[in-house]
Design a protein around this ligand. Structure first.
Ligand SMILES: Nc1ncnc2c1ncn2[C@@H]1O[C@H](COP(=O)(O)OP(=O)(O)O)[C@@H](O)[C@H]1O
Ligand SMILES: [Mg+2]
Length: 273
């Protein structure tokens, strides 16, 4: 039996109103030629199946963040619909967790309190959420830092707290907007392996926006290549590297001939898309 998609975008359209330029810089011809709206997404269809790890790759400014915010329910699209397990999405929901590129942690809360924030805020009883928080502290290897404040952590550690905080909501889908984009190369590779662990250990469905083709191929089972604005899907690839054994083999996987060939193919699609 084929499962129904857990999250589905149908004919989603969205644009933004262009703010008029300031009077100082505005010329009459610029005013005449500037369209009032910029169309970012034009009738996009995307189906996310249970257990998928989908990466969305595409040029900067093509609308990836906009799409993720629409999937999360933070933006109501101009047209089309998003269905979460068949029900139209009208507002954000803690079961669709969105993790941003820059972790927005509460600076006055400890690591543990930041992770527990969602369930506490929803008045979930402590004895229900605390075991989950403990499990997440272990998963992201921050047990020793549970009482630390965000400013006492490195960038990678802060991002791990942010991921754990998203997971503490018990999401059935995790939406990640370039969560590793601000990290140095080495931390980024370590965090990729942590994301793999999170995916395999929690069985969560993940949609990841990344500008790293390598990251997309390494982590996902589906890589969706997006075009310049107005965004459409250029191509989609099914990949299997994410199922290929343990993290210790990370570099080995990423430098294999098959991986590098596929990486070139995806880059070519992004350039020509
Ligand atoms: N709130 C907004 N108001 C007006 N324009 C926006 C807004 N958010 C994004 N945009 C524009 O929409 C386009 C897509 O943005 P975004 O979704 O952030 O792209 P990406 O994440 O792929 O870099 C960009 O041209 C950006 O300037
Ligand atoms: Mg973005």
């Amino acid at each position: 039996m084929i499962d129904a998609p857990v999250l589905e975008a149908r004919a989603v359209k969205h644009g933004y109103r262009r703010e008029p330029a300031r009077a100082l810089f505005r010329s009459r011809s610029a005013r005449r030629h500037q369209p009032r709206r910029i169309q970012v997404i034009d009738r996009l269809d995307l189906s996310v199946n249970k257990g998928d790890f989908i990466s969305l790759v595409g040029p900067s400014g093509c609308g990836k963040t906009t799409l993720l915010r629409i999937l999360a329910g933070l933006i109501t699209p101009d047209g089309g619909v998003v269905l979460d397990r068949g029900m139209p999405v009208a507002a954000p929901d803690h079961r669709r967790s969105l993790v941003f590129q820059h972790p927005h942690l509460f600076p006055w809360l400890t690591v543990e309190q930041n992770i527990a924030f969602g369930p506490r805020n929803r008045h979930v009883p402590r004895d229900e959420y605390q075991p989950v928080v403990e499990q997440l502290l272990r998963l992201v290897q921050l047990e020793e830092f549970r009482t630390a404040l965000p400013h006492q952590l490195s960038g990678g550690m802060r991002q791990r707290v942010s991921l754990a905080r998203g997971l503490a909501n018990g999401p059935h889908i995790l939406l990640l907007d370039e969560p590793l984009g601000a990290l140095d190369a080495l931390t980024r590779e370590q965090m990729q392996d942590e994301l793999r662990t999170i995916w395999t250990q929690t069985g969560c469905t993940i949609v990841l926006v990344t500008h790293s083709v390598e990251e997309a191929l390494y982590l996902s089972n589906r890589v969706v290549v997006l075009s310049q604005r107005p965004m459409r899907i250029v191509t989609e690839l099914t990949v299997g590297f994410s199922r290929n054994g343990s993290s210790a083999r990370g570099r080995e996987v990423k430098t294999s001939g098959e991986f590098l060939d596929l990486r070139e193919q995806v880059i070519e699609h992004i350039w020509t898309g």
